[in-house]
Design a binder for this molecule. Structure first.
Ligand code: OGA
Ligand code: MN
Length: 275
């Protein structure tokens, strides 16, 4: 196995992998295993200016684990993230601007995503990442005890009302179609590591006064996403980034949505419920 050369991207999150081109990405049979190990340790992997293309991205992603399907897109394993009016998912993407875990309304959220930059804007449009493992580790002993049994309600209306603070009755009815999801505040992973579960969908804490619960969730998110705890990736066309969706929150940074920005994302389905 040839060793990978890596460089840290920030104190808590992210590592850059040097010396891998698109050909090696699919040909090196040791690479997927090495990447999964690095992902567990660093949460975000960057292959700078790889220019993999969809076929190589999918071939590589498959070796990391089973892939999610996006039947609305030309390649069912490549979701296209853009505000192009023809994009079938365009109306859901504004909520990517808020810190979130992908699939937090599901019992088993996605394991990881593999995303390449195809078109970027000159300004804005970065993607920011913050470790939810580090968020747990930074709690006091007292907080760890307090939070150990807490349950959090995740709600579609909570996500959407961040983008649409004055929803129409139709929007409200639409959001209400999605059942709430209850997760523990502290996720004890099969590995034994613990992380905090918060983000755009987190509405309130079960058996706690609504506003107090919401304030607690807001505070935990704020503490976990101070600039010193965040890795913000400024994209170059061709960059490929892998993020561990189980130990991070992430968000898209603002940009002029009338300009083209197009990312191609493949996703590994989840293997572990939040528990
Ligand atoms: C996503 C996402 C962020 C971005 O695709 O799940 O949150 O920067 N994307 O596009
Ligand atoms: Mn996302």
């Amino acid at each position: 196995m040839s060793a990978l050369t890596t460089e840290k991207l920030s104190e808590t999150v992210g590592v850059k992998i040097l010396g891998v081109d698109a050909e090696r990405l699919v040909a090196d049979e040791d690479l997927p295993g090495q990447c999964l190990e690095l992902l567990e340790r660093h949460s975000v992997l960057l292959f700078p200016e790889l220019h993999a293309g969809d076929a190589a991205q999918v071939a590589f992603s498959r070796k990391l684990g089973p892939l999610a399907s996006f039947p609305n897109f030309p390649n069912e394993h490549v979701m296209i993230i853009s505000f192009d009016p023809d994009n079938p998912n365009a109306k859901y993407y504004p909520s990517n601007d808020y810190w979130h875990i992908d699939g937090s309304m599901d019992e088993v959220p996605a394991r990881a995503s593999i995303m390449s930059a195809h078109e970027i804007t000159a300004e804005g449009g970065e993607t920011a990442f913050a470790s939810t493992y580090a968020a747990y580790d930074a709690l006091s002993e007292r907080e760890r005890e307090q939070f150990a049994e807490m349950r959090v309600i995740h709600r579609m209306a909570r996500i959407q009302s961040r983008t649409f603070p004055d929803p129409t009755p139709e929007q409200q009815a639409d959001w209400a179609r999605f059942p709430d999801r209850e997760h523990p505040l502290v996720w004890t992973h099969e590995s034994g590591r613990r992380s905090l579960v918060f983000g755009a969908s987190a509405s309130h804490v079960l058996d706690m006064e609504f506003d107090r619960g919401q304030a607690l969730l807001d505070e935990l998110q704020e503490r976990a996403t101070t600039p010193d705890r965040v890795y913000t990736h400024t994209w170059t066309v061709g960059d490929l980034v892998i993020w561990d969706n189980t130990g991070l929150v992430h968000r898209a940074c603002e940009f002029d949505r009338s300009l083209p920005r197009r990312m191609h994302r493949s996703t590994l389905v989840g293997q572990e419920p939040i528990q």
